[in-house]
Design a protein around this ligand. Structure first.
Ligand SMILES: [Zn+2]
Length: 611
């Protein structure tokens, strides 16, 4: 069934030019941008590590339609102290609380209102923020603070019109303890200030979920004139080595889809509790330290976050039901960047891993087929429910199949024009389909089952199969090993890259005995691997195969205690749960839970029915 989207329009003045902005209905925001919308945020923050609270003042420039008498912001678990309109006190009201959305903040406006200022405090319940104690950092000397805004968490640390289709510019002044450095998704300092005060500017309009802050004992190391890394002292050199290809990636991306629009592309490496692999905050990608493998083998994550500089940050999903527009395009683009840098077979290998993820996801969603559509209907649900392999890998498969049908050169011209024509605006699935039909399919007289791909569950029959010769080798070895034709030692002596090893581990057959698992571990040292991706998939298989040798149980516990990346820890907890080890999962989770960000906690709470 198709969700009907009512399009409302509104005129918006930017640089003296009147632009028509179309707003879709967003079930995940209380804002009514067609009546009154914020266009610029001036943010003042005082970060208190002792109380784990931020004191904030959010001043907005606003535009109203038809003399709107009120403007509505999203808030969640914030303490609102005082509100002004046109610099004079005004009445405000916090509406009733919704568990997912929070509370609407309705502010009365005088005639000709141009500004609104909200004085507020975050609370202990603020979900976007994670205050870490020194023990949870790499250097173990200073505390750390990180934020995660996507999908609808920015409202938990800034009162804001928190819909991805509303774009604002921002300035910020942030006060932190003198020994720490603050960085944001904005123009950033390269050195610590003496007084702990930092000023930021984001000149390009961005969606609220992309406002981000990290505070810690950070240093900066440049890679090229427009790329570099921020990290704690003990991590900075490793990060600089790991991400050395960043400039090459930006150049490759520009060659594909046009000029990089955000001037600077830096990465900040966060402590391991960061809930995601990476978050594409503009100008400053937030990254998990688990991608630092020492051999640059997991850097497709950086290509992914960089690709978001076009798909997501430049052309943004209008609502979270259109999330596949952000992620499907980004995975497609990521593969193209990886192909440009490391060749077709490497990119195909990564794509084959994605296909396996997708098949597993589909398997797990057998009872909820509606969630396997690209266009979702998340009304009344947490938009995080849509952040799974469907948006990423089915979205990718759709675009890859489309490329295969229309040919690469037509696909590239289409995408480059698409990004160029919609730069700094938002996109609904419906508008994208119109644009695709008009500018690619009808124009070239090509028939393609677009509606089936987007509005129907599962994978259409015309999906292409990505073949990787490197993976074929691995699959042959697995068969030979299973049938006793080669030994574990011979497997481990193969000259495989990391992705081949991962493919091997993930496809270890169910019937493999503990004795064989032990032989494998003895020769390949998977339990003690320093590559977090390898250990994650190996731990999953150890649990599936009831394998307990080589101290693997305590390694698993240690991993879950220190790493908070949602994908990693949820894979392991899920393996424990599915193998009758729920008690063990519970016992570890009870200890590890305080180390996790709310995003990870929410997922695992639900998975383990933890209260
Ligand atoms: Zn992404």
């Amino acid at each position: 069934m198709l969700l009907t989207i009512l399009i409302l329009s509104c005129t918006k003045k930017t640089n003296n030019k009147v632009k028509t902005q179309q707003y879709a209905i967003d079930y995940h925001s209380y804002a009514q941008p067609n009546k009154a919308v914020a266009t610029h945020l001036n943010l003042k923050l005082d970060v208190h590590f002792d109380t784990k609270i931020i004191d904030g003042v959010a001043s907005y420039l606003i535009t109203t339609q038809n003399n709107a008498s009120a403007i509505v912001f999203d808030t969640k678990n914030l303490e609102i102290l005082k509100v002004e309109a046109n610099k004079k006190p005004t009445k405000f009201q916090l509406e009733k609380t919704d568990d997912i959305l929070g509370r609407a903040l309705k502010i009365e406006l005088p005639k000709n209102a141009k500004t609104v200022t909200i004085y507020y405090k975050t609370t202990a319940k603020t979900e976007a923020l994670q205050f870490l104690n020194p023990q949870q950092t790499a250097d173990k000397k200073h505390p750390f603070l990180l934020t995660q805004g996507q999908a609808i968490l920015t409202r938990t640390w800034i009162p804001i019109q928190d819909s991805p289709q509303i774009r604002i510019t921002y300035n910020a002044t942030v006060k932190v303890p003198n020994e720490l450095m603050a960085v944001m998704s904005a123009k950033n300092p390269k050195q610590k200030s003496k007084d702990g005060v930092y000023h930021f500017e984001m000149k390009q309009p961005i969606s609220p979920y992309l406002i981000a802050l990290a505070v810690g004992d950070l240093a900066y190391k440049k890679i090229s004139d427009r790329t570099g890394v921020y990290a704690e002292k003990t991590v900075i050199d490793k990060a600089h080595y790991e991400f050395a290809d960043m400039e090459k990636m930006v150049t490759a991306a520009e060659n594909l889809y046009g000029k990089y629009a955000w001037q600077q592309f830096d990465v900040v490496v966060l402590p391991p509790s960061f809930p995601f692999g990476g978050m594409e905050n503009p100008r400053l990608t937030f990254a998990t330290p688990t991608v630092i493998a020492g051999d640059r083998s997991l850097t497709s994550l950086i290509a992914h976050e960089l690709a978001h500089s076009w798909s997501g940050n430049l052309v943004t999903n209008a609502t979270w039901d259109d999330f596949w527009l952000n992620e499907g395009f980004t995975v497609y683009f990521e593969m193209r960047i990886m192909e440009a840098l490391y060749g077709k077979d490497h990119a195909n290998m990564l794509a084959a891993i994605g296909r396996q993820d997708l098949e597993e996801e589909l398997q797990g969603m057998k009872n909820t087929p509606n969630d396997t559509k690209l266009k979702l209907n998340l009304k009344g649900r947490n938009p995080d429910d849509g952040m799974n392999s469907i948006a990423y890998d089915k979205g990718y498969l759709f675009l890859r199949t489309l490329e295969n049908t229309v040919g690469r050169s037509k696909m590239d011209v289409f995408l480059k024009t698409y990004f160029n024509e919609h730069a700094f605006s938002t996109m609904t699935t419906e508008r994208f389909i119109d644009y695709l039909n008009k500018n690619l399919l009808d124009k070239n007289d090509i028939t393609f089952n677009v509606n089936e791909w987007i509005y129907k569950p599962g994978i259409p029959k015309n999906a292409i199969t990505v073949k990787s010769t490197k993976f074929k080798d691995v699959e042959n070895s697995i068969n030979q090993w299973k049938n006793g034709k080669i030994t574990a030692k011979e497997i481990c002596n193969q000259d495989w890259n990391i992705q081949q090893k991962i493919h091997f581990i993930r496809n270890i057959p169910k019937e493999i005995s503990k004795v064989k698992m032990n032989a494998l571990d003895t020769h390949c040292s998977f339990t003690n691997s320093t590559n977090s991706y390898i250990t994650m998939v190996w731990f999953e298989q150890a649990i599936n195969h009831d394998y307990h040798a080589n101290n693997v149980d305590s390694k698993i516990e240690d991993f879950l205690m220190h790493v908070g990346r949602r994908w990693y820890v949820s894979t392991i907890y899920s393996a424990l749960k599915n193998n009758g080890e729920i008690k063990k999962a519970f016992a570890i989770y009870k200890k590890a839970r305080p180390n996790y960000h709310s995003v990870t906690r929410n997922t695992i709470d639900e998975m383990l029915a933890y209260k």
